[in-house]
Ligand binder design. Sequence first.
Ligand SMILES: [Zn+2]
Ligand SMILES: [Zn+2]
Length: 400
Amino acid sequence: MAGVAPTIAISPEVARLAEAVVDLRRTLHRWPELGFHETRTSTLVTERLQALGLEVRTGIAQTGVLGILRGDAEGKTILLRADMDGLPIEEASGVPYASQNRGVMHACGHDGHTAILLTVANVLAQRRRQFSGTVKFAFQPAEELPPGGAKGMIEEGVLKDPRVDAAFGLHLWNGLPVGKIGVDEGPIMASVDRFDIVINGVGSHGAYPHTGVDPIVVGSHIVAALQTVVSREVPPLAPVVVTVGKFQGGTAFNVIPSQAELSGTVRTIDARIREEMPARIERIVRGVTSGMRAEYAFNYAFGYPVTVNDVNRAQFARQVAGAVVGNANVVSAGMTMGAEDMSYFLEAVPGCYLRLGSGNPDQGLIHPHHSALFNFDEAALPIGVELLTQLTLAYLSGWD
Ligand SMILES: [Zn+2]
Ligand SMILES: [Zn+2]
């Protein structure tokens, strides 16, 4: 493991666990599991939390786990969240602790998130006499698999009993070098929705197109026309993405099929623009298909909402992050059109989602999240532990 830069303030309790958190991350990395199938992972999380003396609730939203740590006296309740799932990717990183679960990989860093949060639970359990209030540790399933695990955990009551006052979480971020922490106010990640279109034409011989209605030609016009939603219908300064990621139809080079299917994703950061998107897209689909004698079926499903950091909580988190890595290393990580189901927690409770620098070009740790070559600088792990520990202690002592 690379040495932590000397400017970083790691407390003795966290420093003592610096190697353990790396070992834990590697253990988790060896056995990644897909969303809602995190059985080994959630068993490990449950056993560790129980060993620390926490109250533990299991089987939330299928494989989710909630650890509850009560301090020395009544006080506020803070929720810290980690996601546990891997991705359907065959790992190609070549690390000695690579995935042993074929075709599944921790390619987003959720192994690191789980290891960090379990280690924070360890540190805070040792210090439970030093704070008032309650800490909830939420280990959620299926961040990568909409509808995701966060929504189900909230529906099953993780924000109640006791009621949660603030929610925080972090994502390892290879776009930032290790030692830096990204803190931003307001929207930081997009909403993600899905649409599916079935175009019904009339199949015929490829040599006699006039005897049929070609759904592939109709679909091609729909793909092209949908580009005008972004370029001509929404304000140029409002970030919106409409991507058709799937276009299927036909079985032979000389046959006009009777049906084609399109599926795509819509990303926005503005709730009102988002609300209008189903009607805008369907209008174009309806116009193109009717103009070309075809018929259609259209479905639009709203997915994760925009991830929005509360302004005050973000400012609070920035101060804490500055105390850990130095103010010069607390930066903006900017807005992305990626999405996160941490958004559901932040929609329900004001809080802040932080991005923890984990890239290291000198060590070749530059591959993007979701790459088969993905890995991150493990020196970020103790920084993450320190950050969430200090955030919790500061929040529960009334400093926000
Ligand atoms: Zn991811
Ligand atoms: Zn992720």
